[in-house]
Every structure is written in C-alpha cells, then in structure tokens.
Design a protein around this ligand. Structure first.
Ligand SMILES: *Cc1c(COP(=O)(O)O)cnc(C)c1O
Length: 398
C-alpha cells in the first residue's frame, strides 16, 4: 500500500478500533480508550448497546429496504414516537443531518412560496454549522466550510448569535424572510448555548412575523442536552426540528419534524429520499428512542452534565489558561485561552479520546449511559490532561 486510496477529506489519526463497549473503545493492538467523543455525539447509548444490536440484527434478517413507494409500518411507528417525544405533528426521514436540514430549508422555501413570497429567505446565525451539502454549507456560519465552493446558495441572511436587536433590524428591513434556522447549542461553533431570554424572544418574533422557527437539533437532540430535545429544557416550541446524529446510535438516519404550522407544506413529489426511513434504519432508531425513554437517559444526561460542569469548574478555579467552561447536559465545552489542537494526540497517549473544536474548545460528548464512576474518571483524566498540557503544577485545591 504505497498510495492512499481515500480522498483527502479528513486529517485522520493513525488509530483504528475494532471493538467498542459502552464508553470504551479498543484499538487494533488491544489498547483501551475512554471515549468522550461518541463518534461526534452519535453513540449516545454507548458502543454495542445490546438493544440496538438486537434490533438491527433481527430486522436485517427480515427486511432491510423496500422503497417509500410502499407503506413502511416501522416508519409510521417511528414517526409516531418522534411526534410523541417532540410534541410535533409529522416526520420526514432521510439519512444524515445535512439532509434533514436540506428538508427544512426546502420546506421553508415552499412555505414562503405558498404565501406568495417568490424569493424566500432564511435567517441563519454566525458560527453555526448545518452540514456540508451546498445548501447547508451556505447556511453555515463558518468561512472555512464555504471557501472554494462559491457561488453559495442565495436566500440566507446572517445574524450574530444571541443578538435580538439584529433580528429585529432584519425583520423591519427584509420582507422576504420566512424562517429562522438555528442550533439551541452551537456544537461545531464551540459549544455555545443559546441565551434563554433571547430564545423566548426569537419565538415571539417568529410568531409575530409568521416565520417558521426551525431548530437544528442534529447534535443537541436525542437526550444529549438533558431533555429529549434541547428546546424542551428551554421552554420554547419550534415549528420545525431537524435531528440525526444520536437518533440511530451509529446507524445513519435523519429526520425533519414539523408542527401544525408546517406539517402540510410538502405534498407528493415535493421531496423524497430513496433510503430515508427504510425498515432497518427505523428499527435501529426505534430501539434508541425506547432505550432513552425506558432508562430515562435524558434526565440522566441533565444530572451528569451538572455534575461534570461543577467538577470542571472546581478543578480549574482560577486557572489562567481556561477562558470558559460551559454546556448543556452532556454537551460540554472547556475553552482554553489559546488554540490547543495538540491536546488530541496527548490525550491518546493517556488512553483518552477527546475532540477539539473551534481551535481552542475541548468538546466533551460522552455517551449518556456512563456510570458515576466513569463520570468521575472523565473529570480526573481530562483535568489531568489539560493541566499537564498547560504546565499547571499548582497543588490541587483538595
Ligand atoms: C453534524 C451536524 C450536522 C451535519 O450532519 P451530517 O450527518 O454530518 O450531515 C448538521 N447540523 C449540526 C448542528 C451538526 O452538529
């Protein structure tokens, strides 16, 4: 193997796993790692969860795919379950987060056209991330994701995150707006939660202007942030919600959910997906929702999140190399004062898998099923790692 056969889309680490169990991954040399990445907020139930393994293997032996030309009972059941946990009315299924957002963007445009707006526009946020397809990278608020792919798709108007005034200014000056698309906690953008008062006002502004409030819960959903969806913790009711990552615990599936204002926008022919909502994907997702509900993993994520945040704040009280520690549920960001990409490789030598986003934010997304002991292990090992890296040899507070 002299030439690398893969397109050069990822700066990959020289590390391969062949087995996972709960929060632990085992590399091909048998070394064990504590996983705080969870495949980037995907494996919320941990690796090799028996309920998911069983659902996938049982369904694979019956029927994997048959096309949306036919009625798929498991898809109806999954839609019912998602409507039940979300309080929304209807679901569309696809295979990824970007596709779920594509569905929401198309839905918003169609919603606008139906109201006679021939050039509908969607407000999107600075520092947001919505995916890598042309529409979703155009919606994304990160130049690195867009650079080289111009011309970008028109129809997006950008606003600073958490600024109500910016939204009010746009509302006054732009009659083409039909929707706002935003993340309740910006994930790739550095684990930045929405300000709750601002969020409530965004809802009011959308209602007043007849705009759709569309939430990208691709990363924040499926129990991760301490409720099934983050908006439920924040007490805001959206019109459209997208999700994906944690929904299949590793099996690819995405969903776009709509409430009463948007449930009937799509009609036969307006949108579709060959693979979306196939029996196998739906069986996997159903087992995930069942497990999250039966084991109350969302409230567990809430409890664990508070415990971890408090522990990290205590560990780093007064540390000058830490700028901020924040998060919601089991989505935690430790922001350093300086870029810290080297931390990922250093962590690996300590049997720890971490992710660094936005150059200097250590993003922790452990599985929701970790025990109290594993949560303590996470705090100890991540804190020790950061202290070694920062050259901090102060005596521990305790
Ligand atoms: C990961 C992510 C996406 C894109 O999901 P893919 O499955 O990679 O297409 C979109 N939005 C948010 C908030 C994400 O975190």
């Amino acid at each position: 193997m002299t030439t690398q056969p893969l397109m050069n889309t990822y700066g990959r680490q020289a590390l391969s796993f062949d087995r996972g169990e709960g929060a632990w991954l085992y590399d091909t040399n048998g070394n064990k790692y504590f996983d705080t990445v969870s495949g980037i907020a995907v494996c919320g139930l941990g690796h090799s969860h028996p309920a998911v393994t069983k659902a996938i293997s049982d369904q694979a032996g019956k029927l994997i795919h048959c096309s949306n030309l036919y009625t798929i009972p498991l898809q109806n059941t999954l839609a019912e379950q998602l409507c039940k946990v979300s309080g929304l009315k209807k679901a569309f299924f696809c295979n990824s987060g970007a596709e779920a957002n594509e569905a929401a963007i198309k839905l918003a445009r169609l919603y606008g056209h139906k109201k006679g707006k021939t050039s509908p526009a969607i407000i999107v946020m600075e520092n947001s991330f919505h995916g890598r397809t042309l529409a979703t990278l155009s919606a994304t608020g990160n130049r690195k994701v867009q650079a080289g792919f111009e011309p970008l798709l028109k129809g997006f108007v950008r606003a600073p995150f958490n600024s109500l005034q910016a939204l009010e200014t746009i509302a006054k000056s732009n009659p083409d707006i039909v929707a706002i698309l935003m993340e309740p906690v910006q994930g790739e953008g550095g684990v930045t939660p929405v300000n709750p008062e601002y969020f409530a006002k965004v809802r009011e502004l959308c209602t007043k202007n007849d705009w759709l409030l569309m939430l990208d819960e691709v990363q924040t959903g499926n129990g991760r942030t301490g409720a099934y969806f983050a908006y439920q913790r924040l007490g805001v009711e959206p019109d459209v919600v997208t999700t994906a990552k944690g929904l299949g615990n590793g099996f690819p599936i995405g969903a776009c959910l709509a409430g009463s204002k948007a449930e009937d926008v799509f009609t036969p022919g307006s949108h579709g997906s060959t693979f979306g909502g196939n029996p196998l994907a739906c069986a996997a997702a159903l087992s995930v929702i069942d497990t999250i509900e039966a084991e109350r993993l969302a409230s567990r994520a809430n409890v664990l999140g508070t415990r971890l945040l408090e522990a990290f704040k205590e560990q780093f009280a007064g540390a000058k190399y830490i700028r901020d520690i924040r998060g919601l549920g089991l989505m935690i960001g430790i922001e350093m004062t300086d870029p810290c990409p080297e931390l990922v490789a250093l962590a690996k030598t300590q049997g720890l898998l971490i992710n660094v986003t936005s150059d200097r934010v250590i993003r922790l997304l452990p599985p929701l099923i970790i025990s109290d002991e594993e949560a303590d292990h996470l705090v100890t090992s991540v804190s020790q790692l950061i202290k070694i890296y920062a050259g901090d040899d102060r005596k521990k507070p305790r």
